[in-house]
Design a protein around this ligand. Sequence first.
Ligand code: NAD
Ligand code: APR
Length: 237
Amino acid sequence: MSVPCNIVILTGAGCSAESGIDTFRDGGGLWEQHRVEDVATPEAYERDPDLVLRFYDMRRAAIQTKKPNAAHHALARLEREWWQGQRGNVTLITQNVDDLHDRAGSKNLIHMHGEHLSAWCGACDARHHWNDMLIDRPACPACGARALRPDIVWFGEMPYRMDEIHDALRQCDIFVSIGTSGAVYPAAGFVRLAREMGAHCLELNLERSQGSAWFHESRFGAATKIVSEWVADKLAN
Ligand code: NAD
Ligand code: APR
């Protein structure tokens, strides 16, 4: 068996853009339609829970009409065939709260900013798979309290599974960032840790990002094209 080569992949909103899900900071992006302060902070939820719940109910319904694109499917194929070929691990970290990687078949997947199909009970801390509205204040299946909120990490909150993420970055040989602007930490800092650990760092994006200088290599183009090409090349060599 050859020496294992562990790959860590970070995806951002650009990976889902061609599935029809708005990114955040591109022209017409979500943060041009809604202010972060109104819908994506704990203070916003405290101030006007109905506005926040309606926003995420609307986003959940919209996302459910979308489908994984060629980039999502290519990443799921890479994980499957890399493992079957005993070539090492593929860990996929996504900042996206949509379930397109899940539906494409990715298994070793970390949703660091939470998931739009999950609800979190403020009374008992239980999390539930949730594909329904929250605006009507449904009862928590575990404790009955009407305290369910979107299980999404808002600005100022800590992302999920950071220990696992740091472990994967410390052991990775290749770090690939796909479709993220590098505007939000700690995700934007992952490339630096990977590089310090000696990983080869590759950026796949439509254009340069705020973190481009940290990558050994950048390839520009639409994710459905350049991610599929990169995966095909990795599996062939
Ligand atoms: P941050 O300061 O790292 O965010 C940097 C960028 O996010 C800013 O450049 C801006 O583009 C945007 N941003 C952040 N707060 C904003 C605001 N109040 N108004 C407008 N734009 C804003 O983010 P942070 O507040 O330090 O958040 C840190 C934690 O929150 C991190 O753990 C991050 O993972 C998490 N987070 C989650 C989400 C989400 O929507 N799931 C979004 C951002 C951050
Ligand atoms: N193919 C590849 N990259 C693309 C495509 C595409 N078709 N379309 C857009 N992009 C790139 C843009 O060039 C940009 O660099 O995707 C990136 C989108 O950046 P953002 O909108 O800032 O999204 P993201 O980086 O995921 O935001 C990080 O900020 O608001 C929070 O929680 C939110 O997780 C998100 C975090």
